[in-house]
Design a protein around this ligand. Sequence first.
Ligand code: SF4
Length: 475
Amino acid sequence: MQAALRPSQTESQAHAASPLFPPQLLARLDKNGPRYTSYPTADRYHGGFGEQDYRQALQQRRAGAPAEPLSLYVHIPFCESVCYYCACNKVVTRHHDRAARYLDALAAEIELHVRELGEGVPVSQLHFGGGTPTFLSDEELSRLMANLRRAFRFEADAEISIEVDPRTATPERLAYMRELGFNRLSFGVQDFDPRVQAAVHRQQSFEDVRALMQSARALGYASVNMDLIYGLPLQTTESFARTIEQVISLRPDRIALYAYAHLPTRFKPQRRINEADLPDRETRVGLLSAAIDGFLKQGYAYIGMDHFALETDALAIAKRRGELHRNFQGYSTQPDRDLVALGVSAIGRIGSTYSQNAKVLDEYYAAIEAGRFAVERGLALSADDLVRREVIMDIMCQGRVDFGRIEARHGLRFADHFDRELLQMANLAELGLVNLRPGELQVTGLGWYFVRAVAMAFDGYLHAPGSAASYSRII
Ligand code: SF4
């Protein structure tokens, strides 16, 4: 393991005594920026890429690498009630019968893929996200899984994961999902403080989550993740420290800690949040510092942007070995795979293309029920996009860029292609965020906390003034 790739023990101890995020560094680096679950980011996709382009990408895959394993993503958009911080694509309804038509559409969409890709393509990873996947009943989940298993061939050790809303799950449901083959869970916790939960309209008790966690362990789920959010209304450093303690007491394998981005003009539910209740910038920094400090002291490794994992977890091991990857769900141990995404608004990646389905349910239904893919926009990556994607993912995942490797793979001279970016790296090196050596760039322990800022320097779309305005802030 390369010591500079993660905060060392000495560094994490030092954080307890000194501010983790010095004000002068924050003033320069806490700006808006993408999270790089893809590069180029989804806001660069355009309507000039449509159904025919997607079909062609699938056909090229079939001709070129038909036996390569796929990743699958299934989006379930329905939620019983709205959380006020929500920025997801969802449909709020208590009418569970609305799931029936959606499952029919998913079945048809699966069938469309089989026609282009052939039957029995191997699958190494499947993720159910939302919305609320556990909005579906046991029978509905069972039907969906049966359709997927008929169409694809799941590898014996495939990772099959689902996002679980603790308000719609019971230990019995977890047992049923385990029987269906799910082996990974992600619980949406966000915050355990009842006042914060009331302010964001998402109430779930610590005791209920603890009971689910105990069941997940007893049922042999291989990995359990918990999602948390800092920056929510009424959060204080004391209240959030209690949540962190409670989370640590449950010992999830992985923790995702997201920053709340208050963008009420873009996300309607956020208009119900009382802005006066939002923590100020100093408190936000305190919340994040306390969380990082608490997790590092209790046996968790900092994986990278937003993510922590037990030192024994596969993600932490992959990080130490320099084998980490990043996809639309965040960090992953799985190598980059083509990703077939099913459902409204779902984003997939086939070869050197990205594509996104229609975001409006009726438009998604109209396409699928007419026998067409529902792709609404996308992007065919240019040669420059491809090299920048590799550099950005190397930074985000390994914290290191080997210039010689990039040159050999893309037929360019790194210093010429990235002359402007290397000047920016020299500035970041002065701030202690990166080490710039002959032939390589390495992110330092401190730099990992600002890894987005390092990656942004290589983003070919962010050079125009104001081009990052629509993203969330780094801290
Ligand atoms: S945060 Fe999740 S559960 Fe809440 S409304 Fe949004 S998608 Fe639904």
